[in-house]
Ligand binder design. Structure first.
Ligand SMILES: Cc1cc2nc3c(=O)[nH]c(=O)nc-3n(C[C@H](O)[C@H](O)[C@H](O)COP(=O)(O)OP(=O)(O)OC[C@H]3O[C@@H](n4cnc5c(N)ncnc54)[C@H](O)[C@@H]3O)c2cc1C
Length: 432
């Protein structure tokens, strides 16, 4: 019998951090793929994000190591929570200083996406990414899947693939077709204003610091090293308040450019000497307003030859700094599944079994404020007013709280350090 080689690619909807990480993973294991990206031109959009050591490990395994990541961000050294009174509530070392074998990185989201995009073009060739191709839906058939595509000029077309992986983000069209009854986006009442301001890094020089209370806080961390001439780094900040959400999100846009005057009154007087919050907020060239949103988890991310990945699968509140990290990890777990089960729907089911339930639980855990939940405990126990934090929440309790979060999010130190690589070096799919 003559065996034919199936040369149809795996189709990836969306060229964000998840989609590009998957393209690099598939190239590494020898599976042809194409990225279909809706926008006509990728731009370095967004502000700061954190890459946890579990995701950095996967980037290293893709050949994107510290020499490359150091060009788009910095290695984080500390994670700290500070009360509205300016006193420490919790602080722990992060990344290599915490004993991980891989660092945690604070980077600019857009610069990371562009780095991954350039790497995809270098390794897979220019034809691997089709810009201006919006995936609007799919048709499963026994031997594969047809992606329904609309190009920028409004033309409809169909592209055949062996599998379709939807990494098309928060508003995923594929997820909407897979789960037509899904509830609308969920907003819990928190509003975030985000920007970057040149500033002198505080504390360790690479600290992620949350100041305030559960419902009213500022988070800041540098995403660049200090400029040797000025000593100023790019400080990423997020100012946040929680309001009544009973009327839903009425401001329309999900990502609105706003003037600092619209919200700075919430942070008037937040000047600690070592940190002048109003000055930091005023120093940003542009500020974006986002509601803190997610989606209710779905029971499965897979429909036959189609799977969801990244935000399309599990958009979550950004309280644990793990949305982008999880998208990268998803891509690698999917790659490992393909190695084990071939380029088949069985591989998608194994990926679903491994991740969907646990990461859906993480989505719900992040609604409970994730690691910022410690601030909620302080609010409950002393209304945020304390002289000695140990009398409010003993150190052991704070440590146990953080350890539980890291275990759920897949970056518990000993577990991660001891785990074998998700994809063994040199592993290739034989039948691809
Ligand atoms: C413009 C932008 C800015 C962001 N800024 C921040 C930030 O500042 N901080 C932060 O923590 N997180 C930010 N995020 C979210 C963060 O990038 C994600 O949580 C995380 O990286 C997971 O990535 P993802 O690849 O699953 O989704 P995304 O990063 O959202 O990428 C999805 C990609 O799919 C494309 N796409 C959408 N619909 C379709 C379709 N139907 N067909 C084909 N392509 C499609 C989008 O253009 C995008 O390139 C931002 C996302 C975007 C898109």
């Amino acid at each position: 019998m003559i065996q034919t080689v199936d040369t149809r690619p795996v189709l990836i909807a969306g060229g964000g951090i998840g989609g590009m990480s998957l393209a690099l993973t598939l190239q590494q294991i020898g599976v042809p793929c194409i990225v279909l990206e809706a926008v006509a031109s990728l731009q370095p959009l967004g502000v700061g994000i954190n890459l946890q050591p579990n995701a950095v490990r996967e980037l290293y395994d893709l050949g994107i190591d510290d020499r490359i990541l150091d060009t788009i961000g910095i290695q984080a050294r500390e994670w700290a929570l500070v009360g509205r009174n300016g006193s420490d509530i919790y602080a722990e070392p992060r990344g290599l200083l915490a004993g991980y074998r891989w660092p945690q990185y604070s980077v600019h989201r857009g610069r990371l996406q562009m780095l991954l995009y350039r790497t995809v073009l270098e390794r897979l060739g220019e034809d691997a990414v089709r810009l201006g191709h919006r995936v609007t839906g799919y048709r499963n058939h026994e031997a594969g899947v047809t992606a329904l595509v609309e190009t920028r000029d409004g033309r409809q077309s169909e592209i055949e693939g062996r599998l379709l992986i939807a990494a098309d983000g928060l508003h995923s069209a594929v997820r909407a077709q897979m789960h037509p009854g899904q509830p609308p986006i969920q907003w819990g009442g928190a509003i975030l204003w985000r920007g970057t301001t040149p500033g002198v890094p505080i504390r360790s020089g690479a600290s992620f610091v949350g100041v305030g209370s559960l419902r009213h806080r500022v988070v800041l961390y540098p995403i660049s090293p200090p400029d040797p001439a000025t000593g100023l780094a790019t400080i990423n900040w997020i100012a946040e308040i929680t309001v009544d959400n009973s009327k839903g999100w009425t401001l329309g846009d999900w990502n609105r450019r706003v003037s600092v005057d619209e919200f700075i009154h919430h942070f008037e007087g937040w000047n600690y000497g070592w940190l002048d919050v109003p000055a930091m907020l005023r120093g940003a060239r542009e500020v974006f307003e986002y509601p803190m949103i997610d989606r209710d988890p779905v029971p499965t991310w897979v429909d036959a030859n189609v799977a969801l990945l990244g935000d399309a699968a599990h958009v979550m509140y950004p309280v644990g700094s793990n949305g982008a990290s999880q998208a990268i990890v998803d891509a690698r777990v999917l790659g490992a599944s393909l190695l084990q089960h071939g380029v088949t729907s069985a591989a998608l089911r194994a990926y679903d079994d491994k991740l969907c339930a646990d990461i859906s639980a993480l989505v719900l855990r992040n609604r409970g404020a994730g690691p910022f939940g410690i601030l909620g405990l302080v609010d409950e126990r002393c209304g945020g007013v304390f002289d000695d934090i140990d009398a409010v929440i003993p150190r052991d309790e704070r440590d146990a709280f953080m350890a539980r979060y890291k275990a759920a999010a897949g970056f518990a130190i000993e577990t991660l350090n001891a785990a074998p690589p998700t994809i063994a070096p040199g592993a290739r799919i034989s039948s691809a």
